[in-house]
Ligand binder design. Structure first.
Ligand code: 13P
Length: 249
C-alpha cells in the first residue's frame, strides 16, 4: 500500500544555524501522524540535519545528486556521499534543476538509475509549464517526462520511487493547481503507469502534489483520492506552517 508523505524542499535557503533551529522546532512540534515526514536542506547542511534529527522520525533527504559514482565532476555529489551520511532518499528532476541547470530527461534517467543501483529511494519531480497547460498539452508533457525518465525501469524498481507532480506555473507563484486539477492529473498519472506496467505498480506508488501548498489549501488538496501528500517549498521553511500542513494530511 502506498504511503502518505509530506516533504519540505528547502531549496537554497537557511545556513547551518537556521537549519538546526528550524529542525529542532519542527521535531518538537511534530504532530502525531501516519504520514512520512521528510526535509531536504541544502547539501552543506545535510550531515548536521541528520545529527539534529537523530532521534526524530523526520527523514533528511537530498535535493539532487550526480549520476556518476565518483570522479572529475567539480561541485557535484554522489549517491555514496549521501549514503555515507545516512541520507537514503534523493529528489531528482526538480523543475528548477531542469530550467536553470540544463537537466534533461536523459540526464534524469541516468540519475534515477544511479540512485536505484545504490538502493536509494527516488522522489522524482515533473510537471508542465504554463504554456503547456494553456495549449492543453499538459497531459502529453507529463506522460513524456515519465516515459523518458522512468518507464525503462523494471516494475520491481517502483517500490523505491515516489512521484511529485509539480506544475511549474504553481511553484513559488502563490498560484496553486485547484484540488480538482491536481486530482485529474494524479489520476492520469496512475492510468499512464497502469498502461506502462500494471495496476499494482500504479496503485502502490505515492504521488505527491507540489506548488504553492500552504496551511490554507493543504487539506483540500490532500483530500483528493489520488493525492498522497505534498512536496512543499516556501511554506516548509517556517516550522509552524509546515506543522500545519502535516496536520492537514
Ligand atoms: P513552493 O511550495 O514554494 O511553491 O515550491 C514547491 C516546490 O518547488 C517544492 O519542490
Amino acid at each position: 500500500m502506498r504511503s502518505k508523505i509530506v516533504a519540505g524542499n528547502w531549496k537554497m535557503n537557511k545556513n547551518s544555524a537556521d537549519t538546526e533551529a528550524v529542525l529542532t522546532e519542527l521535531s518538537a512540534k511534530l504532530p502525531d501522524t501516519q504520514a512520512e515526514v521528510m526535509v531536504a536542506p541544502t547539501y552543506v547542511n545535510l550531515a548536521g540535519a541528520v545529527r539534529t534529527l537523530e532521534s526524530s522520525v523526520i527523514e533528511v533527504i537530498a535535493q539532487n545528486m550526480h549520476f556518476a559514482e565518483s570522479g572529475a565532476y567539480t561541485g557535484e555529489i554522489s549517491a555514496d556521499m549521501l549514503l555515507g551520511i545516512n541520507v537514503e532518499t534523493v529528489i531528482i528532476g526538480h523543475s528548477e534543476r531542469r530550467a536553470y541547470f540544463g537537466e534533461t530527461d536523459e540526464i534524469l534517467a541516468k540519475k534515477v538509475v544511479a540512485a536505484l543501483e545504490k538502493n536509494m529511494r527516488v522522489m522524482f519531480c515533473f510537471g508542465e509549464e504554463l504554456e503547456d497547460r494553456k495549449s492543453e498539452n499538459h497531459f502529453k508533457v507529463v506522460e513524456t517526462q515519465l516515459k523518458n525518465a522512468l518507464f525503462s525501469l523494471d516494475a520491481s524498481a517502483w517500490s523505491k520511487i515516489v512521484l511529485a507532480y509539480e506544475p511549474v506555473w504553481a511553484i513559488g507563484t502563490g498560484e496553486t493547481a485547484s484540488p480538482e486539477q491536481a486530482q485529474e492529473m494524479h489520476a492520469f498519472i496512475r492510468k499512464t503507469i497502469t498502461e506502462a506496467y500494471d495496476a499494482s505498480v500504479a496503485n502502490n506508488v505515492s504521488i505527491l502534489y507540489g506548488g504553492s501548498v500552504k496551511p490554507a489549501n493543504a487539506k483540500e488538496i490532500f483530500g483528493k483520492p489520488d493525492v498522497d501528500g505534498g512536496l512543499i517549498g516556501g511554506a516548509s521553511l517556517v516550522a509552524d506552517d509546515f506543522v500545519a500542513i502535516i496536520e492537514s494530511i
